[in-house]
Design a protein around this ligand. Structure first.
Ligand SMILES: [Zn+2]
Length: 192
């Protein structure tokens, strides 16, 4: 069954999208949760350690996840125009974050800024989800039941701990890391 746009499941995907991009790019996630006291049923991903060079990609993560579902046929996109307008308005504050400036009614987001947001989300950020899609599905399922998941559990479900560990084990094998290897030998020598 296709996911209904703006259902809890769809909202969960938006937040898991932000979290996945943040973790993939080396940031961290404190938790993802539905704001139960919020009548609009908003959810939020609490991302942290977001370096300046990741900010724009993390801001795109929610929109990119919604696009990924629609584009992949997982969510119903029969009325393309109406759905696109909804998805775009869902990302209002993300688009403001992406633009990185104060947006007012008089000084609204420009067409160019919105186009750049979309281009970055669909061309650069959405492909990241190819690596995690089935595991993101697990995070979404658990979030829908638990209503809140902490960052450690998100990483466990996305299996990010494992990949970071594997990378660390492999890193001395990369030629670019030779100085670091030498350094670690030195420190070993000192401590022995
Ligand atoms: Zn968002």
């Amino acid at each position: 069954m296709k996911i209904t746009v703006n259902s809890d499941e769809f909202k969960a995907w938006h937040e898991v999208g932000h979290a996945t991009v943040c973790l993939h790019l080396g940031g961290d996630v404190e938790s993802i949760e539905f704001l139960e006291s919020d009548a609009r049923g908003f959810a939020v991903a609490h991302c942290c350690d977001v370096m300046p060079n990741m900010e724009r990609s993390v801001a795109c993560g929610g929109f990119a996840a919604e696009f990924y579902l629609l584009n992949g046929g997982y969510a119903d996109w029969s009325d393309k125009q109406a759905i696109s307008a909804i998805v775009f308005s869902n990302a209002w504050s993300d688009r403001v974050d992406f633009a990185g400036r104060v947006v007012t009614q008089k000084n609204d987001l420009t067409k160019e800024e919105d186009e750049e947001f979309m281009r970055h989300a669909t061309k650069f950020v959405a492909p990241i989800f190819d690596l995690y899609f089935s595991r993101m599905q697990d995070v979404v399922s658990e979030l829908l039941v638990a209503r809140k998941i902490n960052g450690a559990r998100v990483k466990e479900l996305l299996q990010l701990q494992i990949s970071v560990e594997a990378e660390r084990q492999n890193s001395p094998m990369f030629e670019g890391d030779l100085p670091r290897l030498a350094e670690s030998r030195l420190s070993h020598g000192r401590s022995d």
